[in-house]
Design a protein around this ligand. Sequence first.
Ligand SMILES: [Zn+2]
Length: 42
Amino acid sequence: MARLYRCGECGLRFPNPALARQCASWCRTHRSCNLELLRQAV
Ligand SMILES: [Zn+2]
């Protein structure tokens, strides 16, 4: 099973740490979901 990386802000899981970090910084500043990132969530 592949390692998943979780966004510390919203709890979405991503296949790589870069996406998880992008999501976390987005969540922190916008307090909403980024559809581009959501599409890549696992
Ligand atoms: Zn997030």
